[in-house]
Ligand binder design. Structure first.
Ligand code: COA
Length: 334
């Protein structure tokens, strides 16, 4: 039986730091409100002249490959999680393949599972490795949210939350399980609680022609913050417990929980509900905001660099987001 393990992690965030103070100068908000409700102190926004989802993910991927002692040519397949691809189509996976200079033998799969995207991508890559189809897979989460945000008072409930960035993990086949399990869930009844409607195909022909679109607000993120919060705290805990039960473990076995960086209050709520000490939960949302599919690999890359993921540690990943979708992964670090 083959298993998969993470052999390298990397990340890249844009240079431009956007403080809460900056946001309070362009919309009706305050540093205190943002910190109290979300824990976010700053986020990174891209420079449109130089940053793209594809090139940020290439930088994150090269860091992950270097840390793994591998080269671009060692990659057999790419799984790319994003809801903000460079183009409406094709997906960003092929653009990353091009950036990395890989030849046509490498397939690239795009996933659109929002904040749960990285764990979904990890799960897909894990299955490909377990079946023996591929040996080395690049798993990426990358997003540019900033250029789509409504940075006026009208959009303040989302504008203060989201940030840009990219994270990557290299997965390789191994004899002993690294990824112990993944659990994936969805409930489309809540699709419109956190979504962007356009450019969607749900409109009739006349309304889908760009020159006919008079009200462009449907291109902005719509979020029912309290509904998201309410469901997130329940689903996060459920899916973490599901992972522990599936592996005959308890919360005491967790060495480090790396939750999707949705909101510091959500992470703290889960930590309290699970009864985990501060050193067992990794948060970096204070610095980057919520970077959607990129948040978990960025957090893992930083946690690894800080020496917080050691051999035989049990690492738990968990996410919740648009869809609604939610997911967990339990990993024995090798
Ligand atoms: N600055 C100042 N005031 C703001 C604000 C901002 N950035 N955003 C919203 N407000 C205002 C609202 O307009 C509202 O004002 P009103 O009472 O005069 O109508 C008030 O704050 C309370 O709004 P509400 O939406 O009820 O706030 P909240 O306590 O639910 O906090 C969130 C809002 C978004 C921080 C919170 O709902 C949340 O974190 N939800 C989860 C979001 C999330 O994690 N999303 C990502 C999922 S992957």
């Amino acid at each position: 039986m083959k298993y998969s393990r993470i052999v390298g992690l990397g990340h890249h965030v844009p240079e431009t730091v956007i403080s809460n103070q900056y946001l309070s100068n362009i919309m009706d908000t305050t540093d205190e409100w943002i910190i109290e409700r979300t824990g976010i102190k700053q986020r990174r926004w891209i420079d449109p002249a130089k940053d793209t989802v594809a090139n940020m993910s290439a930088k994150a991927s090269r860091m992950a490959l270097e840390r793994a002692g591998l080269k671009e040519q060692d990659i057999d397949f790419i799984v790319f999680a994003t809801i903000t691809p460079d183009y409406f189509f094709p997906g960003s996976g092929v653009l990353l393949q091009r950036e990395l200079g890989l030849d046509g033998r490498v397939g690239a799969l795009d996933l659109r599972n929002a904040c749960s995207g990285f764990i979904y991508a990890l799960s897909v890559a894990d299955q490909f490795i377990k079946t023996g189809m591929y040996k080395t897979i690049l798993v990426v989460g990358a997003e540019i949210q900033s250029t789509a945000l409504d940075i006026t008072t009208r959009g303040r409930n989302t504008a203060v939350i989201f940030g840009d960035g990219a994270g990557a993990a290299v997965l390789q086949a191994t004899e002993k399980p690294g990824i112990l399990s993944t659990h994936l869930h969805s409930d489309g009844n809540f699709a419109e609680e956190l979504y962007v409607k356009d450019p969607g195909s749900s409109r009739p022909h006349a309304e889908r022609q760009p020159e006919q679109i008079l009200d462009t607000s449907s291109f902005k993120v719509v979020m029912n913050g309290s509904q998201v919060f309410k469901h997130a705290v329940v689903r996060f805990t459920e899916v973490i417990n599901e992972a522990l039960e599936a592996n005959n473990m308890t919360k005491d076995d967790i060495s480090l929980l790396v939750p999707h960086q949705a909101n510091l209050r959500i992470s703290q709520f889960i930590q309290q509900k699970m009864g985990l000490s501060d050193d067992k939960v990794y948060n970096n949302i204070m610095h980057y905001g919520n970077t959607t599919a990129a948040s978990i690999p960025i957090a893992m890359s930083e946690a690894w660099a800080e020496g917080k993921m050691k051999k035989d540690d049990i690492i738990c990943l968990a996410a919740f987001g648009s869809g609604f979708t939610w997911a967990s992964a339990l990993i024995k670090w090798q």
